[in-house]
Design a binder for this molecule. Sequence first.
Ligand SMILES: [Zn+2]
Length: 268
Amino acid sequence: MMREIIDFHTHPYETMGEYSCMYRDSFYLNREEAEAELKAVGITHICGSVIEVGVKKEDWEKEGFAYIQKLNNRALEIAEHFNGYCTPGFHVHPDYVRESCDEIERMHKKGVQLIGELVPYMHGWKDYSNRNFAEILDVAEQYHMIISYHTVEEEAEQMAQMIAEHKNLIFVAAHPGQRVGYEKHIERISRYENAYLDLSGTGLFRYGMLCHGVKKLGSERILFGTDFPITNPGMYVQAVLYEHITDKDRENIFSKNAKRLLNRANTI
Ligand SMILES: [Zn+2]
């Protein structure tokens, strides 16, 4: 039987502007090539939001929430082109509370239940404990959304507050980071039942890190993720395959946990 691998953290793209690879000047895969590449390394499904590289808030502020909604519509379009291979994620923005809440409702009607990866640093906001953002999360909670969010170590307090205030929302933190940040993730996630961690970005290349996480946290709270096309997906798959964990733990991390979360309000 083929192994299922769900990449919970990618940034689907179709245009150069949406292509977040850091070596984009030398290396480009179009959408079809990207799909072939992801499948070749064993990834059977991807999730994530569309981001635009090098665009600052000043550039779209006049457009207001329409800009955010444009990214969300692109996520829907691209997912459609992926034809079942991609679960789209959408953005919300604390400067636009009412619009964000309406967007949650609109996406819910379309069967979308993944918010994020949220990238505050790209959209000109920070602080997850922001009151406007908390209002948006109240609505997300009613619709049983999953929140995938970019993390920075300095905002440990704000992240903890956000999670603690929304016990019925699922929060998936992105990027384990290096050992210090990773330990903080582990500590936070073990405190809150609704907190999870994906493996995207920095961390997984340190040998033994997954073994450590499974030992401290159990494999039920860790989700496979890459951050493709910023990162090389083959490297992440191999890293998980060669960590010294049980097959059952590997299955949880590769697909079972993501399926359990995504099936809560039924899609995939
Ligand atoms: Zn990302």
